[in-house]
Design a protein around this ligand. Structure first.
Ligand code: 13P
Ligand code: SF4
Length: 325
């Protein structure tokens, strides 16, 4: 199979001087371009505040598939913008910084994945949306962290399943569904760095707090969690739970929305190993208001994809959207 490579116009650079009032300039350009700004919860607060829509991977995919806008500015990472292009090929899809990648997508090169699949020819391939278009094209079904368990539960019980690329999410889906999954050994650099020792210390200091965690975290941390879910599910849980303090095991960008929607509650983020603040996603945080303004002005960097290659990646994405209605 030929590898799919999404091409981008150019990497962010040589930006003309940004105006002093960036927010007004972005608002004017988004109107002129008939653009929609989509943002993931792990974006910087100022990007979340200017976005037309904020969501988890599933919600953002649905929005990208259904928008009337001519231009989609995807404030997230490369696989997300690529997914928007797969779902809306007629639209101009922009990513403010093309270096905004993802360790999970990087951990699963298409050629190695093809060999892995060849070793398991009878397996149905379920891939987490955090992968490249070339890996999506080799998959039977795409999932996100919010629908993975439900989708796996819909597959025939005697069907062997290969799950890629996040082994932590895969292990969690395995436990929730009772299915035996063959896992690709990928990992998220953010969710792998949380310190169990720091979490236990925070629990002792805040005995009334609920621990809420993203399933990309390692099993030893998930074992200490009271609630596990995608970013949207964590946000909704923080609103509905009777707890007033939460220890949050995911990228701290989500704390901005949590504090906005329930300002009377307390949200505590967990430091990484050695007390570092490496729990902020180094890829997500490459996007800035200046780069957002620049890409609206120049319509670059743009995500581009060959139509035949897009169609291969579209089929398992469409299956996901149909099965998770
Ligand atoms: P969700 O927002 O779908 O939970 O995904 C988390 C994530 O790691 C995105 O990169
Ligand atoms: Fe990838 Fe992890 Fe960053 Fe999400 S948080 S984009 S999974 S590296």
């Amino acid at each position: 199979m030929s590898a799919i490579k999404a091409k981008t116009g150019h990497k962010f650079g040589n930006m003309e001087e940004a105006p002093a009032d960036l927010v007004s300039a972005i608002n004017q350009l988004r109107k002129e371009r008939n653009a929609i700004i989509l943002a993931h919860y792990y974006q910087n607060s100022e990007i979340q505040d200017i976005a037309d829509f904020i969501g988890d991977s599933l919600e953002l995919s649905r929005k990208a598939a259904n928008t009337d806008a001519d231009v989609i500015v995807f404030c997230g990472v490369h696989f997300m913008a690529e997914t928007a292009k797969i779902l809306s090929p007629e639209k101009i899809v922009l990513l403010p910084d093309t270096d905004a990648g993802c360790s999970l997508a990087d951990d699963c090169p298409a050629d190695e994945f093809e060999s892995f699949r060849a070793e398991h020819p009878d397996h149905y391939v379920v891939s987490y949306i955090n992968c490249t278009a070339a890996v999506k094209a080799q998959s039977d079904l795409i999932c996100t962290s919010s629908n993975a368990v439900d989708l796996v539960n819909q597959l025939p019980v005697d069907q062997p399943i290969l799950f890629a690329p996040d082994q932590n999410l895969g292990r969690w889906v395995q436990r929730q569904s009772g299915r035996d999954l063959t896992l690709w050994p990928g990992r998220c650099v953010v969710h792998e760095t949380f310190s169990e020792e720091a979490l236990i210390r925070l629990k002792l200091q805040n005995p009334e707090a609920e621990v809420i965690a993203h399933p990309e975290c390692q099993e030893n941390l998930l074992d200490l969690a009271d609630f596990i879910g995608s970013t949207s599910k964590l946000l909704i849980h923080s609103q509905n739970s009777s707890a007033s303090t939460f220890i949050v095991l995911t990228e701290p960008g989500i704390l901005h929305q949590m504090s906005k929607t329930v300002p009377e509650k307390n949200f505590i983020d967990v430091p990484g190993l050695d007390g570092c603040s490496c729990n902020a996603c180094p890829y997500m945080r490459l996007n800035t208001l200046e780069k957002l303004w620049s890409c609206l002005k120049t319509l670059e960097p743009e995500i581009k994809m060959d139509e035949s290659e897009r169609l291969k990646a579209f089929a398992p994405m469409q299956r996901m959207l149909e099965m998770s209605r």
